[in-house]
Design a protein around this ligand. Structure first.
Ligand SMILES: Cc1cc2nc3c(=O)[nH]c(=O)nc-3n(C[C@H](O)[C@H](O)[C@H](O)COP(=O)(O)OP(=O)(O)OC[C@H]3O[C@@H](n4cnc5c(N)ncnc54)[C@H](O)[C@@H]3O)c2cc1C
Length: 297
């Protein structure tokens, strides 16, 4: 029997495993190898790893975990989960049944792309979600922002620290009059019409093409597509969730425990806004530590 099974072995899950391995707890990490930022050439903002390919950071982390004899890293999908505290059971896609006293859910989220040609091809290269991740490299250039709700107004205020040239794409949404007035005051043009295509060359945007025309050239486009958890294990367990404008996240307490005793969660699966590798790693470390401390005799 494992002390802990970690479902999702990326930034949050591996950080949890590191703490548990150092506490000499028996841990199995299940992972399908699809971290959210795999589309990006470089990851930014993680101290000591700035401007490195995200998959290299994860490969180095996995390599470092081989020091710890109680950690087992397994390439497999967790298909189902059952049981309760001290006696959880996880069934994997390749038919293994594993037992554990505690679970950590860190299986992240999937971004739902805008369903127009060129969007998915450019995601992570010139269509990105977060200025802290990718803003510095394109500071001062012409930025576009796809309106996704009132939270986009906060993005407008935020982006001012990186560029004075911003165009907002309404993409068929109604932007409230008070926000329109503020945009006008800030000299930010609003382009009406629906986005029908992203013109690009190998993922580098050339134009945003609209059903109303004409096409608009930008250097980078920020977009916040709604996301959804990468797996539905929390649903079958009946865990409490919070619905946010960008998607559903799991509800956790200050010790990162979900609504079910013995199940902890960390990373993007629990982070409504501004997800980051740094945050996921710190939450993962906390989940590992609190799961370990919950098993002290
Ligand atoms: C385009 C883009 C660029 C970004 N750039 C940056 C950046 O520069 N800096 C930064 O700090 N953040 C960046 N982010 C955010 C960053 O990617 C996330 O915050 C981070 O990946 C969250 O880590 P996580 O461990 O919670 O989830 P993830 O990294 O998404 O990992 C979840 C893991 O769980 C696995 N998994 C899913 N389901 C199962 C299952 N059923 N069984 C087993 N395993 C499963 C997946 O394969 C994956 O490996 C970016 C995000 C995007 C979309």
């Amino acid at each position: 029997m494992n002390d802990v099974i970690i479902i999702g072995g990326s930034f949050a899950g591996l950080a949890a495993a590191l703490q548990l391995g150092r506490a000499r707890r028996k841990v199995t990490v299940l992972d399908t190898g699809l971290p959210r930022n795999r589309f990006a050439a470089h990851s930014h903002g993680l101290l000591g790893h700035d401007h490195k390919p995200p998959l290299d950071i994860l490969a180095e982390a996995r390599q470092q975990l081989t020091r710890y004899p109680t950690i087992r890293l397994v390439s497999a999908r967790a298909e189902s989960v059952s049981g309760s505290i001290d006696d959880f059971s996880v069934l994997t896609g390749d038919g293994q049944s594993l037992g554990a006293r505690r679970l950590i859910l860190s299986y992240g989220v999937v971004d739902k792309m805008l369903d127009v040609p060129g969007f998915a091809d450019s995601w992570g290269t010139s269509i990105v979600p977060c200025p802290y991740c990718d803003g510095f490299e394109v500071a001062g250039q012409h930025w576009g922002l796809v309106w996704s709700g009132p939270q986009s107004h906060q993005s407008v205020r935020l982006f001012h620290d990186w560029t004075d040239t911003l165009t907002l794409f309404a993409d068929g949404h109604n932007i409230p009059p008070d926000i329109r007035a503020d945009l006008a005051r800030r000299n930010i043009p609003v382009v009406e019409g629906r986005i029908v295509e992203i013109g690009h060359h190998k993922g580098h945007i050339t134009t945003i093409n609209l059903d109303t025309g004409p096409n608009v050239a930008v250097d980078i486009l920020f977009a916040h597509p709604r996301n959804k958890p990468s797996a539905s294990l929390h649903e079958s367990l009946g865990l409490s969730t919070v619905d946010t404008p960008l998607g559903i996240v799991l509800k956790v307490d200050e010790r990162r425990q979900t609504s079910m005793p013995g199940i902890y969660a960390a990373g993007d699966l629990t982070t409504p806004f501004l997800p980051s590798v740094t945050l996921a790693s710190s939450q993962g470390a906390m989940a590992g530590i609190f799961a370990q401390q919950s098993m002290l005799v």
